[in-house]
Ligand binder design. Structure first.
Ligand code: DC
Length: 233
């Protein structure tokens, strides 16, 4: 199999990680979740009291403490899925909670935090054979990626998806709260100064508001065959 970097960017809750994992499986590639790195740094800031009562981070304190943070990914043999570890502790569930979701955008605008995450991602990306999802993977982290996909879907569809995911995990939230979070993250992600969320000029657009994962995979397989003659099962 050709070893490439596949960059998947797009709005929050567009199913980037589900799609990226399915691609990684089909291609036998490593999947990297860049959002999980931002979320782990955010959790660290919340747990270490580096945020105010609104959950907003103290940028200079957090910047100083970045050297104390190690994020790693480890495959759970029971599920076969990769899980996130913060300083050796499994935080996969904790980083998806609403308090982390609320603080992650302000944390991700801190330039040194972005540098920290970018450096981690580039270490893994050197080997190629990776699918990485995020907001600026095709524009800033790996502008040389062989394939760039930009995902979007209407905000209410994304909020419903996120709410269903949270409910499945037993987390409490209303549709309005989740929609608010989706919209405010869209705004913060696309208006921040450092590496805002934008579609790379050479990214293929995928609006999956009305598409199942299977349909998205069919779309992906067509691209692989048309561009590289790779036929996936
Ligand atoms: O994909 P996600 O919802 O888990 O990402 C969490 C947050 O991290 C998101 O609100 C924006 C930020 N992020 C980013 O700024 N750049 C990335 N490459 C990935 C995520």
């Amino acid at each position: 199999m050709k070893q490439m970097i596949i960059a998947i960017d797009g709005h929050s809750s567009t199913g980037k990680s589900t799609f990226a994992k399915a691609i990684a499986k089909a291609m036998d590639y490593t999947y990297l979740d860049s959002g999980a790195l931002y979320r782990a740094v955010t959790l660290y800031a919340l747990e270490e009291g580096l945020t105010d009562s609104q959950g907003l981070p103290d940028a200079s304190l957090l910047t100083e403490r970045l050297r104390d943070i190690t994020v790693s990914f480890c495959r759970n043999p029971a599920t076969g899925l990769s899980e996130t570890y913060l300083n050796g502790k499994n935080v996969e569930e904790r980083i998806r909670s609403l308090d982390v979701s609320r603080s992650v955008s302000p944390v991700s605008v801190i330039p040194r935090v972005r540098e920290f995450v970018d450096n981690e991602l580039r270490k893994w990306g050197e080997k190629k054979g990776v699918v990485i999802d995020g907001r600026d993977i095709g524009t800033a982290v790996f502008p040389q990626a062989e394939l760039k996909i930009f995902m979007t879907a209407p905000a209410h569809v994304r909020a419903r998806r996120r709410l269903d995911e949270m409910k499945a995990k037993g987390e409490e939230a209303t549709f309005e709260e989740v929609l608010d979070n989706v919209l405010s993250r869209d705004h913060l992600d696309s208006t921040r100064e450092v590496h805002p969320l934008t579609r790379a000029s050479d990214a293929v657009l995928l609006d999956n508001g009305n598409m199942s994962v299977e349909e998205q995979m069919e779309w992906f397989k067509k691209i692989m065959e048309e561009r590289w003659g790779i036929r996936l099962k």
